[in-house]
Design a protein around this ligand. Structure first.
Ligand code: GUN
Length: 289
């Protein structure tokens, strides 16, 4: 059984989508269809693919979605005007502005404009603050929330575990570290956040019971950086000669790891499932459920 230690993100996302389908049906019984707006700026090929997958996932689950595409040269003021319009649209329960944005647009200003109750990405400062405070009323960013679900549903114990997160980005690394050090299921871990200035990063990695690679460097995590039996989560999406590869040198790390996510087929489907979950929850909150 060569693949006995794989964490199957597609299968686990499928379970979650099955649970969400029941919640969507319940909302529709109250004549409420959850709605999600996507905003893309420019024609970044990866962003087109990601938004396309998210649109399809919405359609499959019976969530209404609409996509707004602004040209790369659009101004920050134009983007913010669009977001104000989406904030005021009662058909929409969630708004997702796909990152990265063009360099001339200040991402923080844009994410601060999305109403916190429609911020299904969990990027608004109010939701970031609630995550830090352990206030469960906020939305959690989709990729770290999905990783947490992967760990819970694969029976990977996090309570008291040594977790090493590689990468300090706002979308994955930082919120992942904040989430895993909270009290509660799928958390309560001892978290080390490593980044480009970390001294002897491989030594930190080798201490990890759970190693989460979200730094965006192809095949960065080598077999010698992984403690035998550790759980390895590969968040990276890198392109080498047109081929997609993760942050983990999968072929060599898989035999050492206790459990490992394939990439693709690990974290990616979970990010989408969590986006839909946040959107359904936003609709439920609006409906007073
Ligand atoms: N770009 C990469 N990941 C994400 C995400 O989760 N949300 C948004 N909006 N953009 C991203």
């Amino acid at each position: 059984m060569a693949h006995a230690n794989l964490i199957d993100g597609r299968a686990i996302a499928g379970q979650i989508l099955g649970e969400l389908a029941l919640r969507v049906a319940a909302l529709k019984a109250f004549a409420l269809t959850p709605g999600l707006a996507f905003v893309r700026v420019g024609e970044d090929p990866a962003s087109r693919v990601y938004v396309g997958r998210k649109e399809k996932a919405c359609a499959d689950l019976g969530i209404f979605s609409e996509t707004h595409v602004l040209p790369y040269a659009a101004t920050q003021a134009e983007l913010i005007t669009l977001i104000h319009r989406l904030n005021a649209d009662p058909r929409l329960h969630g708004i997702l502005v796909q990152a990265p944005l063009p360099k001339h647009i200040h991402e923080a200003a844009v994410y601060s404009t999305v109403l916190p109750e429609k911020d299904v990405d969990g990027f608004h400062p109010v939701n970031v603050g609630k995550l830090m405070l352990g206030d469960p009323s906020g939305f959690h960013p989709c990729t770290p929330a999905g990783i947490r679900q992967l760990l819970i549903r694969s029976n990977v114990a996090t309570d008291g575990a040594e977790v090493v997160v590689l990468g300090r980005g706002n979308i994955v690394g930082k919120p992942m570290a904040a989430m895993l050090c909270q009290k509660g299921p799928g958390a309560n871990a001892t978290v080390t956040l490593c980044h480009s200035a970390t001294r002897d990063l491989p030594a930190h990695c080798r201490r990890a019971d759970i190693l989460i690679a979200a730094l965006g460097v192809a095949h960065f995590v080598k077999a010698g950086m992984v403690r035998p039996g550790a759980t390895v989560i590969d968040v990276g999406v890198n392109r080498i000669d047109g081929k997609l590869v993760g942050d983990v040198d999968f072929l060599n790390v898989q035999p050492v790891a206790g459990k490992i996510t394939p990439n693709p087929g690990g974290v990616g489907p979970m990010t989408i499932a969590m986006l839909l979950q946040n959107t359904v929850r936003a609709a439920e909150i609006r409906a007073g459920i």
